[in-house]
Design a protein around this ligand. Structure first.
Ligand SMILES: Nc1ncnc2c1ncn2[C@@H]1O[C@H](COP(=O)(O)OP(=O)(O)O)[C@@H](O)[C@H]1O
Ligand SMILES: [Mg+2]
Length: 248
């Protein structure tokens, strides 16, 4: 499988007043075509910042970003939007409140007007096409998240960067969204980075897992390897605490 997205020695720091915090330290990552890469790590470890840097929402202080081997470091979100889309926890706020779903999604297609494809995607997402006439405020959180997936695919972007995309949803809605992700994956349509604090979800959908701690990648490997025999102490702790949560 070819590498579709890659980050090399990414560094990012934030300055608040006099204090400078290094949030990403020499982070390397790669995503192969058709693969789902999980990123786990405790809160504040730099997961969201890594996705924001990879999508052009933040500029790295140093390091390189590559899409299919082509350098895109410094590109704007508008430019990266041609090949990647970010899905956030709060899908509703990623839609313009004044626009109907249909219009928002059509706009993401940059002038493409393919109603047939849109309806196909809506159906695939298990949504009623009537919902396309509504504005985001008139959809549930789960419906908005599924519309965001539809929008991402309609845009033609090949890569999804998912940041805690199911964290705001109740358990059964979360399962519906994961089902769509699984279906897309089975069809070979999904190249994605899946960030979540939920190790159980990550191990369900991801082929490979990267563990972050304090802005560094501390462990990386195939999912069964990382979950079954974690090498890093921090990874062991994360898995252990997830186990305790699922029992208690
Ligand atoms: N825009 C910002 N300005 C200042 N600090 C930030 C900013 N974004 C993130 N941080 C800091 O970077 C660290 C990592 O944050 P984040 O990437 O959101 O971690 P995670 O997603 O793993 O919880 C945190 O300490 C956070 O406070
Ligand atoms: Mg985060």
């Amino acid at each position: 499988m070819d590498i579709i997205l890659e980050g090399k020695k990414l560094n990012k720091s934030f300055k608040t007043g006099e204090k400078k915090t290094q949030v990403l330290c020499d982070v390397d990552f790669f995503l192969k075509e058709g693969e789902v890469l999980g990123i786990v790590g405790e809160s504040g470890s730099g997961k969201s910042t890594l996705l924001r840097v990879a999508s052009g929402l933040e500029k790295p202080d140093s390091g390189e970003l590559l899409y299919k081997g082509r350098d895109y470091t410094g590109s704007s979100p508008r430019q990266t939007g041609e090949f990647l889309q970010i899905l956030f926890q709060d899908a509703e706020s990623s839609f313009d409140p004044r626009m109907t779903m249909e219009r928002s999604i059509m706009e993401a297609g940059r002038g493409k007007k393919d109603k047939e494809e849109l309806l196909k995607l809506v159906k695939m997402a298990g949504l009623d096409e009537e919902l396309l006439k509504r504005k985001p405020g008139k959809l549930s959180g789960g419906q908005c998240q599924r519309m965001a997936i539809v929008r991402a695919f309609y845009s033609g972007a090949e890569i999804l960067l998912c940041d805690e995309m199911t964290s705001a949803l109740d358990v059964s809605t979360q399962a519906q969204v994961m089902q769509i992700m699984q279906r897309l994956k089975k069809e070979g349509k999904l190249s994605a980075v899946f960030v979540s604090h939920d190790i159980a979800l990550v191990s369900e959908i991801c082929d490979r897992i990267m563990v972050m701690k304090d802005g560094r990648c501390v462990e990386e490997g195939e999912t069964p390897e990382v979950i079954g025999s974690p090498k890093d102490d921090h990874t062991k702790e994360l898995i252990e605490s997830a186990r305790k949560q699922s029992i208690g």
